[in-house]
Design a protein. Structure first.
Length: 118
């Protein structure tokens, strides 16, 4: 069982930056792919970014490529999402998730709200 707790959301002006954190419980954090997803009001949840076990591979949605960076610190059981050049359309609840197998997410956090004002 893995429990995920996100933090770092908030209100920011367009063009600003935020860093989201997701802390995982358990001893096997380094065995999981870690992903970030988001869900805006009235929209389906969408993929944002994913990072491999070691951090050596990362993938991003086209909408955030070049602006967001995913990273992880396995010693701290933490995955981060660094968000720069934020846009109002980035407003959403952001969730982190853990997957033992590629794209098969087993565990989800409760989410953290990001609001970008224009």
């Amino acid at each position: 069982q893995v429990q995920l707790v996100e933090s770092g959301g908030g209100l920011v002006q367009a063009g600003g930056s935020l860093r989201l954190s997701c802390v995982a419980s358990g001893r096997t954090f380094s065995s999981y792919y870690m992903g970030w997803f988001r869900q805006a009001p009235g929209k389906e949840r969408e993929f944002v970014a994913v990072i491999s076990w070691s951090g050596g591979r990362t993938y991003y949605a086209d909408s955030v490529k070049g602006r967001f960076t995913i990273s992880r610190d396995n010693a701290k059981n933490t995955v981060y999402l660094h968000m720069n050049s934020l846009k109002p359309e980035d407003t959403a609840v952001y969730y982190c998730a853990a997957a033992l197998r590629w794209e098969e997410y087993d565990y989800w956090g409760q989410g953290t709200q990001v609001t970008v004002s224009s």
